[in-house]
Ligand binder design. Structure first.
Ligand SMILES: C[S@@+](CC[C@H](N)C(=O)[O-])C[C@H]1O[C@@H](n2cnc3c(N)ncnc32)[C@H](O)[C@@H]1O
Length: 251
């Protein structure tokens, strides 16, 4: 079964990404190792659209602060819980300090290790962090922005988290223009031959890919009707106007 990815809406959100207002203090923390401003803006649009209950992030940093603030701005009723894992105690500590003890953010440490997963060997997060993920939690947005540097290192996290995904989860792979990330996309397609959809956004610095995976974890989503699409855009527009953003058409 092929999972549905609403490509029209994704590209619309991409075109409008610059509408998303970024806090000055977050902008000031971005560097060549962190997501770019444009990447965060598109991520913000995706989260606004998806309204996730649970977000999982591989690789903590300014993006964690960005996502935790966004979940607060989305309000208590829609508030997603954010879990982030990182290999670096230094950056976990830095991120913990940034988010100021927010109880809705769970920071996990996982050392990098050579581990076997899905029949192959990876240098990636040691999977023992999964023991700290509650069995009944299902993530509907996953950001894969770590670990850095190791070939195939970002491929394994999706195998780790697959049993914890909602059927319509959005998986966001940062730096998708890079060769190891392109290899990960190819290998995921081999791992889930019956259902895998991907949209790539190579125009972002280092690129980004947004994907869903299919059965046995995913069910077919109906194609969004034009009135649903209009409703989604209206909701995002209302949010952005209250946050001081301008709902630009982006073209
Ligand atoms: C591709 S970076 C991005 C991680 C994260 N999503 C972010 O917003 O920075 C990968 C690694 O950089 C480290 N890192 C976190 N914050 C950083 C910062 N401000 N500057 C440099 N590296 C950072 C973390 O150990 C993280 O796993």
């Amino acid at each position: 079964m092929i999972p549905h990815l609403n490509t029209g809406m994704l590209h619309e959100l991409y075109q409008r990404r610059q509408s998303f207002p970024l806090d000055e203090d977050i902008l000031g923390r971005l560097n060549s190792s962190t997501p770019s401003p444009e990447t965060l803006q598109f991520l913000g649009m995706l989260v606004l659209w998806k309204q996730p209950r649970h977000i999982f992030e591989f690789g903590c940093g300014p993006s964690t602060l960005f996502l935790s603030r966004l979940q607060h701005r989305l309000g208590a009723t829609n508030r997603p819980v954010l879990t982030t894992v990182d290999h670096s105690q230094r950056y976990l500590g830095e991120t913990r300090r940034l988010i100021g003890g927010d109880p809705d953010v769970c920071l996990l440490h996982a050392p990098l290790a050579v581990t076997e997963c899905a029949g192959r060997v990876f240098t990636t997060y040691h999977p023992s962090y999964l023991r700290q993920v509650p069995r009944d939690v299902r993530f509907d947005v996953v950001l894969i922005d770590g670990p850095p540097a190791y070939r195939y290192g970002r491929e394994a996290p999706l195998y780790h988290l697959a049993p914890f995904l909602t059927p319509d989860a959005l998986i966001i792979l940062d730096d998708a223009n890079c060769r190891p990330e392109q290899e990960a996309l190819k290998n995921w397609q081999i791992a889930w031959p019956d259902g895998f959809c991907v949209e790539q956004f190579p125009g972002l610095p280092q690129g980004m890919a947004v994907l869903t995976i299919g059965e046995s974890m995913t069910s077919l989503q109906p194609v969004a009707r034009p009135d649903q699409r209009a409703g989604d855009l209206e909701r995002i527009k209302t949010f952005l106007s209250t946050e001081g953003g301008i709902f630009a058409d982006g073209h």
